[in-house]
Write a protein that binds this ligand. Sequence first.
Ligand code: UDP
Length: 404
Amino acid sequence: MRIAMISEHASPLAVLGEEDAGGQNTHVAELAAALAGEGHDVRVYTRRDSPALPEYVASPDGYQVCHVPAGPAQRVPKDDLLPYMGEFGRWLADRWRGDWTPEVAHAHFWMSGLATVHAARRTGVPVVLTYHALGSVKRRHQGTKDTSPRRRIGYERALGRAVDRVIVQCADEMGELVRMGVPRSRMALVPSGVNESVFHPDGPVAPRDPARPRLLTVGRMVERKGFLDVVRALPAVPEAECAVVGGPAADLLPADAFARKLRAAAESCGVADRVKLVGGVPREEMGRWYRSADVLVAAPWYEPFGLTPLEAMACGVPVVGTNVGGIADTVVDGLTGDLVPPRDPRTLGVALRRLLADKVRRFAYATAALDRIRSRYSWKRCAEQLGAVYASVATLGRPAPAVA
Ligand code: UDP
């Protein structure tokens, strides 16, 4: 099939760890590669955010990346991109009326959804949408700190009714959308995959202190990832060290406001000597860090999907995670890891101490986690499931309207 993927701010070619570059970039890159691997003709459309970018780039993984000239050819925070989505959509419609018309367009994130619906209305191309994150959830947890455009929640609700299919990544997201009024019959549950050629149990291991068990926590240096809760749980786990991977590169950490806050919390809890702020590391090195850990701690306040527990599980590492969003689906409580309530350092500390004291249970969790990854979270399986959804909407056979 000819598949267009639209990811306005998150380029599959971006360097991870930069602002606004996280799970969505990885997801789009790996999904595009998996679909190309299944023999589909895939083009990913992302905003041209530097004058140096050519219009088309062939990725080494068999798909094309098209840089769409919408808005300034420079970095713009993703929350400020809304005014350019009409222009983005018109550009797509022009191209799709030309020599390459997709049979389906898969939009990632609500703003891409707006541009894609705009183009689809002019070309008759069926649209599938993955939200990746929902404004209603962000508003609930971040309140006045939420910098999303005011109209986001209303647009997300309208998009749920305008597109042909919504791909939800976890049961929690499905419930949230049903409460927003999106019909359940429009949704298909297809969780993200994990790259098993990058994340596997055998391979090099990051250096660690052999005398101490290692807890690892990974993510962008933002409050909602729950790193402060992990630090506050550490006094209950007296012997363990905790490595924190993510945020700016190590040499820039001293200037990072959140990293400073984390360090101050570690001092005041009396655990500063056991907290190691590693900084951001390239994706290719992430496997070394997961493999160095006895347990991955994923303690976000909320998490639309959460790739890091899956990546750890694929490396054979048990997870203690908060019972939120996608983590509540990926981690099976008492089988591949333990689930605890969010923002509760005391319960987190008890769970960590219990698991670190029980080698047999860690081994059983790791084995079950690997099984779960292999049977449910391969990119091949994800691409096959999405291929079936695309095929079902492509047969809707809507005639292209004759409007300009
Ligand atoms: N990651 C990375 N280097 C880092 C920290 C994170 O490559 O220093 C990757 C991590 O392996 C994962 C992604 O960034 O693939 C984070 O995705 P997740 O869904 O956990 O969080 P998001 O950033 O989307 O909120």
